[in-house]
Design a protein around this ligand. Structure first.
Ligand code: FAD
Ligand code: SIN
Length: 547
């Protein structure tokens, strides 16, 4: 059922292919797939995804999903742990909302076919629960150490079985279709009608028009030189939404995962925090354990503390990495509980059951993003955001481990309900529509110039806007990123869009937003640590950074 009509609409779009559906979902990770599955009974769903359908951060998630199902656990305890990790910025109402729905969301996932790891007890079997930093009890539901891959596979199978969902692989959303732009005049608040999307195979821009659009584009780890994220994580959703005028926030809170494998070919392969939950120890290159000096919980301190401690040890000794010693877990258990990590490290000639391995922190997760309310609504009408792209208020200044998949699960349900409601009242009368006009017809003569700018943005962010920041470094970063962005805009206006250029434009945009947020916050809190204002200022700064 499509509700889009109008002769003018078809005439105006004669130069470009138009796809019409009730709902447009951008992204095929846990958030996008779940929303699409839930909406399939309400109307037609176009799901665009920029690479092959399984390529997402979800697919690489290891530790698991935090759910308070243990006998010694409760929603209250999980809420308190989340609030503590968030360092005063998590929104209590959001945390209670998400944690309160955790068990039901997990059961729903299981009803769709997900199988999690069980363990035997003297009286029967129960879900095996992992332990991670910042959690006072064991509460990480997992499928060995490939939880995300399992969830992604289950959801893709489910989506495939639903007639109303059409998945478009290799389709990269470039920008949102906005009512204000269609009318050529301000519309307050603006209204989203879908997205312009690059078909990467035909190299043509198409319009995907829909009553409700859901951004589920994931994170932005590629803004940094070293990241645990896959290549898709270029912050496209935040950049598109911000260009469209949507409110964004808390982008200074970039989470660095403490332990990624240090190896030139390993692309920052993530060694799950769950290994420390099972007894692994961090050591200096000379073998000294050091976490006890930094936090009473030592290896199980919150992630921001562990990442800063590693950064400090590396700088103090002039070392390029620290060591993660998994031998205390025991040979049999390490292979059984972490088979993917074991086998992958073996490929790089590290036997984790016998030797400590070199690890370094890497950019891992965006706690901020496109600001949404408890109904997943952004500040633009009919534009929703779910998953890592969204800033719900759950994570505050630092995300508690394994709360991301949980947040995506719960908010996918919320977003599907909101989208379904929005469809009910939706009368589509599209005004005058401009065909895609950005970019010239010429092909970029030398793609190598883009490579150079990619490196520049990512190195700049790593060196100047990393784990430890300062006013002068932020100031340099701000000046440089503005120049780089100007250069990128020149390419964007002059040449045909290609994925490398579009993603570069987006990482540079998000980098700029991170720097702006970091400069605004005149204190240190959670993941944002500035040596020029090292104290936490609860009087003036116990609030979000909104832009
Ligand atoms: P993603 O799963 O990243 O999906 C984003 C989708 O959007 C992809 O399909 C992508 O191709 C698509 N996309 C992006 N831009 C565009 C565009 N312009 N046009 C079209 N499509 C686009 N969290 C936990 O809670 N527990 C864990 O154990 C855990 N482990 C992790 C391990 C690793 C290595 C990583 C990287 C992250 C981990 N996280 C974990 C974080 C968690 O996996 C992510 O936050 C979560 O999966 C994000 O889901 P998502 O659906 O929002 O985005
Ligand atoms: C991990 O397994 O360490 C990642 C967990 C997370 O990012 O929540």
């Amino acid at each position: 059922m499509t509700r889009i009509s109008g002769v003018q609409y078809e005439r105006q779009y004669s130069e470009m292919r138009v796809n019409e559906s009730d709902f447009l979902v951008i992204g095929s990770g846990i958030a996008g797939l779940l929303v699409a599955i839930k909406l399939a009974s309400k109307g037609t769903v176009s799901l665009v995804t920029k690479k092959e359908r399984s390529e997402s951060s979800t697919n690489y998630a290891k530790g698991g999903i935090a759910v308070p199902v243990g006998e010694d656990d409760s929603a209250e305890l999980h809420t308190e742990d989340t609030l503590r990790a968030g360092c005063g910025l998590s929104h209590r109402d959001v945390v209670e909302f998400v944690v309160g729905r955790a068990r039901a969301s997990l059961e729903e996932l299981i009803s769709m076919g997900a199988h999690f790891t069980f363990e035997k007890t003297p009286t029967g079997i129960r879900l095996a629960l992992g332990h991670e930093g910042g959690h006072t009890v064991r509460r990480i539901v997992h499928a060995r150490d490939t939880t995300g891959k399992h969830i992604e596979t289950v959801l893709l199978e489910k989506a495939k079985s639903l007639e109303n969902i059409r998945i478009y692989e290799n389709h990269l959303a470039v920008d949102l279709v906005l009512e204000s732009r269609l009318r050529g005049e301000p519309v307050k608040p603006d209204r989203c009608w879908g997205a312009y999307v690059l078909d990467i195979v035909s190299n043509e821009i198409e319009a995907f028009i829909a009553c409700v659009t859901v951004l589920a584009t994931g994170g932005a780890g590629k803004v940094y030189l070293y990241t645990s994220n896959p290549d898709i994580a270029t912050g496209d959703g935040v950049a598109m939404a911000h260009r469209a005028g949507a409110r964004c926030g808390n982008l200074e809170f970039v989470q660095f995962h403490p332990t990624c494998l240090y190896h030139p070919e390993a692309k920052s392969f993530l060694i799950s925090e769950a290994v420390r939950g099972e007894g692994a120890i961090l050591r200096t290159v000379t073998g000294e354990p050091f976490m006890g000096k930094y936090h009473p919980e030592a290896e199980l301190a919150p992630r921001d503390v562990v990442a800063r401690a590693i950064d400090s040890e590396m700088k103090k000794h002039g070392h390029k990495f620290v060591l993660l010693d998994m031998r205390p877990i025991g040979k049999i258990k390490v292979k059984r509980r972490f088979p993917n990590i074991y086998m992958t490290c073996l490929q790089y000639d590290f036997d984790i059951s016998k030797q400590p391995i070199p690890v370094v922190p890497a950019a891992h997760y965006m706690c901020g993003g496109v600001s949404v309310d408890l109904k997943a609504r952004t500040s633009i009408n009919h534009l929703l955001a779910v998953g890592e792209v969204a800033f719900t208020g759950m994570h505050g200044a630092n995300r508690l481990a394994s709360n991301s998949l949980l947040e995506a699960l719960v908010f996918a349900d919320v977003a599907a309900n909101t989208a379904a409601e929005a469809l009910e009242g939706c009368v589509i009368k599209l005004p005058h529509i401009e065909p895609w006009q950005e970019g010239g017809a010429a092909h970029l003569p030398e793609v190598v110039v883009l490579d150079h700018d990619w490196d520049q943005v990512r190195s700049l962010m790593w060196d100047y806007v990393g784990i430890v920041r300062s006013d002068s470094r932020l100031d340099i970063a701000r000046k440089r990123i503005r120049l780089i962005r100007e250069q990128i805009e020149t390419y964007y206006r002059a040449y045909r869009p290609i994925p490398d250029l579009l993603e570069l434009r987006n990482i540079a945009h998000v980098a700029d937003l991170i720097i702006r947020c970091a400069m605004m916050r005149r204190e240190s809190r959670g993941l944002h640590y500035n040596i020029d204002c090292p104290q936490t200022d609860n009087v003036n700064w116990r609030r979000d950074t909104l832009i």
